[in-house]
Design a protein around this ligand. Sequence first.
Ligand SMILES: Nc1ncnc2c1ncn2[C@@H]1O[C@H](COP(=O)(O)OP(=O)(O)O)[C@@H](O)[C@H]1O
Ligand SMILES: [Mg+2]
Length: 222
Amino acid sequence: MDARVLSEAYLGELAPQQRRKVQRIIAKAEHVLLLARDYLDLTRIDTLSPDPQFHEVADFVAEVMEPAIEIGGAQLEDRNMWITREFPKALLHVSCEPELLRIALGNLMSNAVKYGKEGGEVRVKVERTRIGVRVTVWNEGPGFPAESKPRLFRRFSRLQTFETKQVPGTGIGLYSVWRIAKLHGGHADAESEEGQWAEFTIEIPQPPGTLDRDTMESFLSC
Ligand SMILES: Nc1ncnc2c1ncn2[C@@H]1O[C@H](COP(=O)(O)OP(=O)(O)O)[C@@H](O)[C@H]1O
Ligand SMILES: [Mg+2]
């Protein structure tokens, strides 16, 4: 973005006050982008969810996981963080709605980078389970208190812990993750050791289950 070129002095040194102003413009622009992306994702989920079209993805890691890491992990280098991948050696065929799963996993990735420890590790694991496929995104960082866990996946819910409340956000990402997991008949979960790490998982049964009409309607109206 042009403002970054200015702030990084490629077009000449800025006075400290000018640099602070440009940095504020960048932060505002990034916030608007983040807002737009979260709300567009929500619209996408609403559009696709009444009639999810599950289909077989031949290489889950290449077609879903890596694009999600690419989108969600865009700030990884800025925060000097590093990523470890624990992926199955064999090709993983997965029946799913790939567009929605890329949104969900991209959100878990971006949270790991946003709330993780600067210079810390992010670990992404993909595995087959008894019921289907599970993705785990783990990060070093402040995590969250156990009593906050029920609030994490609620719409517009953001924790007010000292470390996380300074990071801009909408409280939509984990709600999207939860809805996308449910649409596949699966579930999402979170664990943390406060002050040490946080871990988020999404598990999708194979084949994915669809919700019955009543559950679907109550789910769409929330
Ligand atoms: N990896 C994480 N470590 C610590 N807290 C997290 C993590 N991921 C999410 N959270 C907490 O859950 C809240 C909700 O996350 P999310 O729905 O993605 O919204 P947003 O990122 O826009 O705030 C965040 O505001 C933060 O308080
Ligand atoms: Mg988020």
